[in-house]
Design a binder for this molecule. Structure first.
Ligand code: ATP
Ligand code: MG
Length: 398
């Protein structure tokens, strides 16, 4: 048998790739650049840590700004601190994008609470179905009583995905309705700022103690976040410029920590694939391009081969000239040549014109009407919204 080497060899880049994988929830001491937000949630939960009422907090902010992370870390910390103080604090984390109906969310709240009370209440099975959202909430109240819980905080993540208001309402009223002894609070999280008005209509003022907005991270914060994950890599394999560069690019484009971490991971993976022994800034550039190609491919997936020939025609024209805008007729000529090369029957001019309009509508290209020069009529020009390299590579391995 031919010696094919170790097919599972991974190279010498990563030590603990888990640290740079999406979904990894770091400890509070790896959370950087969010001190004010951590303090604010800390103050909201401070009374609860001493057996008092937790204040409710609503968190807004764009995707990847640390909302879920900070909410989880701080509630977990509050539980530890309460225990040290001799108080019983419990929390339930419910991601409404996974549990979007009132019934699912209420059930998940009960289950999370039960897991958190772990052993201090009698084991019971929470039915999977056949009972109502209100029944699940009653189970929650029973668990709170059985566990002698003094303060209870429910984190409703992606709360805009929740299909009703009953859960929120019952959380704010459970105590006054005499159903529970425990003091209840909520942390509601949404990445849709537009949701703010909807939420204030949906819940009464008792649920609106604090509002917190998480801003996108700047380059310094992203650099700190990425530096804390440096131990994902083998010592000294990262070139000095890699983390600052990744942070700067990510800050300029979105300020999203998740995407920044992902970019660093991708750079490492590309280095690994090449069997390089260092990760360089060139790998970061390649990772950025790879991400753009992936997004482009997602955008054009499901399009017909002819649409792809049209896009390739635009990419070729852009590469071969120093212009970005091309008239419909130019695109059509280039498209015809490509169709000929692959032995496809070219579509009519009108059809191509319509497909171009459709691509502009889908955000793949852009087009505009231009008044021609002296004596010329007006005409339409088209351009790609991405670099021709990204488009060509995206089309090539599609
Ligand atoms: N301040 C931070 N320190 C360390 N890591 C962070 C920080 N902020 C975010 N991260 C990393 O980025 C990931 C995404 O953050 P998080 O899930 O909290 O975003 P989010 O604001 O909830 O976004 P979404 O609105 O998409 O849910 C986290 O899992 C974590 O790995
Ligand atoms: Mg989140």
């Amino acid at each position: 048998m031919a010696n094919r080497g170790d097919i599972f060899e991974t190279g010498e880049i990563f030590r603990d790739r888990q640290l740079v994988r999406v979904g990894h929830v770091p400890d509070l001491d790896r959370v950087v650049g969010r001190d004010d937000e951590i303090d604010a949630i800390g103050s909201a939960l401070a009374p609860a840590v001493r057996g008092g009422p937790p204040e409710t907090t609503i968190i807004y902010g764009k995707t990847g700004t640390g909302k879920s992370l900070v909410a989880r870390c701080v509630t977990r910390e509050a539980k530890h601190r309460s225990a040290e103080n001799g108080h019983i604090f419990a929390y339930a984390y419910v991601d409404c994008s996974d549990y979007g109906t009132e019934t699912q969310a209420s059930r998940q709240m009960a289950r999370e609470l039960q897991t958190g009370l772990d052993g201090t209440v009698e084991e019971r099975s929470i039915p999977r179905k056949g009972i109502s959202a209100a029944d699940y909430r009653d189970i929650t109240w029973e668990l709170l009583a059985e566990g002698d819980v003094q303060s209870f905080v429910v984190v409703l993540d992606e709360v805009d995905k929740l299909d009703g208001d009953d859960l929120l309402r019952s959380l704010s009223r459970a105590r006054e309705s005499g159903k529970v002894e425990a003091l209840i609070g909520a942390i509601c999280i949404s990445n849709k700022i537009e949701y703010r008005d909807r939420l204030s209509e949906r819940v009464d003022s008792s649920l609106q103690d604090n509002e917190l907005v998480f801003d996108p991270y700047d380059a310094t914060q992203l650099e700190a976040i990425l530096s804390r994950r440096r131990d994902a890599f083998v010592d000294d394999v990262l070139d000095d410029g890699v983390i600052p560069k990744t942070a700067a690019l990510a800050a300029r484009e979105h300020g999203d920590a998740r995407k920044a971490i992902d970019m660093l991971y991708e750079a490492g993976r590309l280095a690994e694939k090449e069997r390089a022994n260092r990760v360089t800034e060139t790998h970061v550039d390649a990772a950025v391009e790879r991400a753009e190609i992936n997004r482009f491919q997602k955008l054009i997936s499901g399009q017909t081969p002819h649409v792809k020939h049209i896009l390739r025609a635009l990419a070729l024209l852009t590469e071969q000239t120093d212009r970005r805008n091309f008239r419909t007729a130019e695109v059509y000529d280039a498209y015809q040549r490509i169709a000929d090369q692959v032995d496809a029957n070219p579509l009519s001019y009108d059809r191509v014109q319509r497909l171009l309009r459709e691509q502009a509508f889908l955000g793949v290209t852009e087009s505009e009407h231009t008044g021609g020069g002296h004596g010329e009529g007006s005409y339409r020009v088209h351009r790609l919204l991405r670099s021709p390299e990204v488009v060509t590579k995206g089309l090539d391995d599609h």
